[in-house]
Write a protein that binds this ligand. Structure first.
Ligand SMILES: C[S@@+](CC[C@H](N)C(=O)[O-])C[C@H]1O[C@@H](n2cnc3c(N)ncnc32)[C@H](O)[C@@H]1O
Length: 357
């Protein structure tokens, strides 16, 4: 009986988040037309009722899977209700105010604008930009404080359920190392951002040694704050390019990577896959989560076309047709499977037992 109530509470919680996100987006778009109407009309295509209906169904499906995975013990039920409430109250006004800067950037097509105190010299060219037209790109504390809420609003409250879908394949893949004591299992989250996926992995694998890398020092600082608040050994965080991972060969039993690949030029995607192959142990599992692709849901093409038009996402168009199975195979991975949940796609790949890298 208590399960029924918990499920109802979870559904209500998610419906509340979705309703809030939709209200936020509708209000924002009306305000925008009043205050800062687009100079160059964005060529976004309206979504048909069929697509909206399909989106609602897919949202319900991912929430059901999320619930089921918790029931199966992939992670504790409490994770379903995890929400950065404190950040929400503190930073939601900041998100609203920052919209004015974002709209101006969109109108003027400015996507390489950073506060003067930010030194961008040491970052690769493809990274020195305002992805999503967000203020300071990934390179300020303000951006790090707003990011999680912005992503939740974008995905109508389903960003965390999408991230959590890496946990079942990760745990399944780690079964290959059942003979290894749990505290000796090493898991890396590549491009860990503000640490939400690492927090989920910690809940799912309480004893494992966790590691995270990201290029952004401010996002890593935010991740450190978040992860310091939870029980268990603090994950080891390091600033690093994913295409030059600072770890020795065959070190990790599992690697995850969430929402990174669509923000990379194709050659960098390949290099990151090769690096992950190098640092993962033979028999280890690599789980990628990113946006759905054109081949998965051709009916979502209008949405996939709208995305890079509304947000600064210069590599997304190539990403949606990029064959990551081919890239993973080229790097040496095998037994590659894919899954789709809501608006995301997952690649689960294994390093062969007899790999010699
Ligand atoms: C869309 S965010 C995803 C963050 C996080 N994984 C999540 O689930 O929200 C992309 C992240 O990738 C990082 N990033 C982008 N290019 C990178 C690279 N070449 N090496 C390491 N991190 C990178 C950014 O700093 C940012 O934190």
């Amino acid at each position: 009986m208590s399960d029924i109530f918990t499920k109802l509470a979870y559904q209500t919680f998610q419906q509340g988040k979705a309703a809030f996100a939709l209200a936020h987006k509708n209000t924002a778009s009306q305000l925008r037309n009043l205050i800062n109407p687009p100079i160059n009309q964005l060529r976004t295509k309206p979504l048909s009722p069929d697509i909206l209906q399909l989106l609602r169904q897919r949202l319900e499906q991912i929430l059901e899977t999320d619930w089921q995975d918790a029931q199966l013990g992939v992670y504790p039920e409490s994770l379903l209700f995890d929400n950065p409430w404190e950040d929400f109250w503190r930073y939601y006004p900041g998100i609203c105010l920052d919209l004015l800067n974002i709209w101006e950037r969109v109108n003027q097509n400015k996507y390489q604008e950073f506060s003067p105190d930010i030194d961008i010299q040491n970052y690769p060219n493809y990274y020195r930009r305002n992805f999503h037209y967000q203020t300071d790109g990934y390179l300020s504390d303000t951006s790090a404080n707003l990011y999680d809420l912005q992503v939740e609003l974008l995905f109508n409250g389903a960003a965390d359920p999408m991230r959590r879908r890496v946990l079942a394949p990760l745990k399944e893949g780690l079964k290959a190392f059942d003979a290894v004591p749990p505290q000796q299992i090493r898991v890396l989250d590549v491009a860990c951002g503000t640490g939400r996926t690492l927090k989920m992995i910690r809940a799912s694998l309480p004893k494992a040694s966790l590691f995270g890398t990201d290029l952004s020092p401010t996002y890593l600082r935010k991740a450190n704050q978040l992860l310091s608040q939870i029980p268990g050994e603090l994950p080891q965080l390091m600033q690093a390019k994913a295409e030059e991972l600072p770890y020795r060969d065959n070190y990790f039993h599992g690697i995850t990577c969430v929402f990174l690949f669509h923000e990379l030029p194709p050659s960098i995607r390949q290099r990151i896959i090769e690096q992950c192959f190098r640092v993962i142990q033979p028999g280890g599992v690599f789980v990628i989560c990113d946006s759905i692709q054109a081949i998965d849901f051709p009916q979502f093409m209008p949405m996939m076309e709208n995305f890079p038009a509304m947000f600064h996402e210069p590599y997304y168009r190539h990403y949606i047709t990029d064959d990551l199975v081919k890239r993973l195979t080229q790097a040496g991975f095998e037994a590659i499977t894919t899954q789709n949940h809501f608006m995301s796609k997952y690649w689960i790949a294994h390093k062969p037992e007899d790999a010699t890298v």
